[in-house]
Design a protein around this ligand. Structure first.
Ligand code: ADP
Length: 311
């Protein structure tokens, strides 16, 4: 018989899937230039799917809500979710092609990315509302901004109406109406997203406290700023707590935010406090930067726990 202690945390993720093409180039092309790449790789990605896989690897029951096309990229996506134990029964399909990300990486490791949203922008209110019962069976709803506005609004509404903790990762950053922000329990921007949402240039040197105060004034419950190697700042309006990231040697920081958000959601769903959940998120984020690519470097629970014990 199941008890609360042995029941797995349940997380609903509403978001994107993108097939990725990654090419290594000697330098980025300027307008009109053709650059010959050393090679390319096809990878799986999309913030929503990445965060769903992150949460599943950490032991949660995960239901993913998204939209893909009728193409071979969609088959690759369903294979991934199947392999990772992510429940994809609430993923719907449409005539638009599956989302694609085209990534150029130069010799210094910098990247340039073009995203073609395709089916992700067709999710809409309907694509989320048809999954309302699957969402309602979870404790935490996690959503990002690689899907259309109507889908984001519906996700936040269904999550809040059904009594879930609603976590919004505002990536990529875009302005959000107050009706949405007021129903968000946890907003988890990185440093540039936080500045953009707070009305500053993305590289502004305004301090984190001012930024988090401004974001809280937009109506969200708790702001959780992710600060790269500096960890995270949790601001619930009453208290501001800095959570350090374990010290690691980073090789590829792409997807650290996805690892953080997946882990943060899992810990919240398991009943942890927001600060403890941010600590778990920092462990997962730090673990993820020690490996190349995004999905291959999303850590297991054992890896995160040993990193947090050592760190
Ligand atoms: P994003 O990947 O969205 O830009 P961050 O860079 O803030 O987000 O990374 C998310 C989390 O991953 C951080 O809060 C931190 O816990 C962890 N992290 C990122 N980079 C490092 C690093 N160099 N060393 C240790 N932890 C890191």
């Amino acid at each position: 018989m199941g008890t609360d202690a042995d029941r797995r945390a349940r997380v609903a993720v509403v978001g994107s899937y993108n097939a990725g093409y990654v090419a290594e180039v000697p330098h980025f092309p300027v307008a009109g230039e053709t650059v010959t790449a050393g090679g390319y790789e096809e990878v799986v990605g999309g913030k929503g799917s990445n965060q769903a896989v992150a949460a599943a690897r950490l032991g949660a029951d995960v239901s993913f809500v998204g939209r893909v096309g009728e193409d071979r990229h969609a088959e690759t996506a369903f294979d991934l979710w199947n392999r990772e134990g992510v429940d994809a029964t609430a993923v719907s399909r449409c005539e638009e092609p599956t989302g694609v990300g085209i990534v150029l990486v130069d010799e210094t490791g910098e990247n340039e990315i073009v995203v073609v949203p395709g089916a992700n922008h067709e999710l809409g209110r309907e694509g989320v509302e048809r999954a309302a019962d699957a969402i309602g069976a979870c404790e935490v709803l996690l959503v990002q901004l690689e899907i259309d506005d109507e889908a984001v609004a519906a996700a936040v509404e269904v999550g809040a109406d059904r009594g879930l903790d609603v976590v919004l990762d505002p990536a990529p950053a875009r302005e959000l109406p107050p009706e949405i922000l007021e129903r968000v329990d946890y907003l988890t921007p990185n440093e540039t997203e936080a500045r953009l949402l707070a009305g500053h240039p993305p590289d502004s040197d305004v301090d984190d406290t001012t930024v988090s105060e401004r974001l809280r004034s937009l109506g969200v419950g708790t702001v959780v700023l992710t600060l790269g190697a500096d960890g995270a700042l949790v601001d619930d309006g009453g208290e501001r707590t800095r959570v350090p990231a374990p010290d690691v040697d980073p090789v590829d920081t792409t997807g650290a935010g996805d690892a953080f958000n997946g882990a943060f959601a899992v810990a919240l769903a398991a009943g942890e406090t927001p600060v403890a959940a941010a600590r778990f998120g920092c462990g997962a984020g730090a673990a993820s930067v020690t490996g190349f690519d995004v999905v291959p470097s999303l850590p297991s629970r054992a890896t995160v726990e040993s990193l947090l014990e050592d760190g």
